[in-house]
Design a protein around this ligand. Structure first.
Ligand SMILES: [Zn+2]
Ligand SMILES: [Zn+2]
Length: 267
């Protein structure tokens, strides 16, 4: 638990919006030469003063200009995300945080981020990985309960973000109808703050769609639920019910007009 707490602290530190501004090098460089004329003037004193004495008043000492005022503080730096500026298509939602739960290959993180950025126009902030919380471990099936992962994630939305999606390579499950523990690709609040996505069931080789591309679509689908989108009957829409199957995900390639209208989509 101590490791968890430390990881939590790390994550919250990493997403604090302010960062130390870079020193203004141009201004510092301009201030530096100011010291030099003063040193030269002192060096010339013995030549003009034959009697060595404590110069209480030294008329030969040229009047040195007053020291330059300290350089003004540099302007605060904008928060950088190493991303192109984005414009959200969804009123009221601008930023989604991605929280890796345990180690997640970078290509999956990047794919989820790209999916959300490119479709919805969201800013995506990638947080430092944290361990999966023990509270979500489901001993009978040796996997993780998705609704408990979402309980954990809901408290971790960083300042300035509107949604959070946890990413994991672990198998996740939830109760579905009469099925006590059903393995899933992802689970989301609808509408709400948190979603969790697993790469585990994206890996099945069924079509030509790569596991990474599948995971990108799962991210779009689950975050769509957090925005209030229910499952969509349109064949091939990202919000079609995948039923936990890679086969369904593989045909989902667009967000249909009905879903866009529901979101109040802005071009
Ligand atoms: Zn769904
Ligand atoms: Zn749709």
């Amino acid at each position: 638990m101590r490791i968890l707490a430390a990881a939590a602290l790390l994550a919250s530190l990493s997403c604090s919006p302010g960062r130390s501004p870079e020193p203004n090098r141009a201004l510092q460089g301009a201030a530096a030469p100011e010291a030099q004329p003063r040193a030269k003037a002192r060096g010339s004193v013995p030549e003009a003063a034959p009697v060595p004495s404590e110069p209480i008043t030294n008329n030969q000492e040229p009047i040195t200009p007053p020291p330059s005022p300290p350089p003004p503080s540099p302007p605060p730096q904008p928060i950088t995300n190493n991303q192109e500026p984005t414009t959200s298509h969804v009123p009221g939602v601008a930023c989604v945080a991605l929280q890796p739960l345990g180690p997640v290959p970078q290509e999956y993180i990047d794919a989820a981020a790209a999916g959300l950025r490119e479709l919805y126009g969201f800013e995506v902030r990638i947080l430092e990985p944290v361990d999966l919380p023990e509270s979500a471990w489901y001993e009978p099936r040796q996997r993780w309960r998705a609704e408990k992962l979402n309980d954990f994630l809901r408290d971790r939305v960083p300042e300035g973000c509107d949604r959070i999606a946890g990413l994991t390579t672990q198998d996740i499950s939830t109760t579905k109808g009469d099925l006590e523990d059903w393995g899933i690709l992802g689970l989301a609040d609808m509408p709400g703050t948190a979603a969790v996505l697993s790469t585990f069931r994206c890996r099945r080789k069924v079509h030509d769609v790569s596991p990474v591309e599948r995971f990108r679509r799962v991210a779009v689908h689950e975050v769509g639920h957090t925005l209030g989108l229910p499952h969509c009957p349109t064949y091939g829409c990202f919000l079609e019910d995948a039923g936990g199957k890679a086969e369904t995900i593989d045909r989902e390639t667009f967000l249909c007009d009905v879903c866009r209208e529901r979101l109040g989509w802005v071009e």
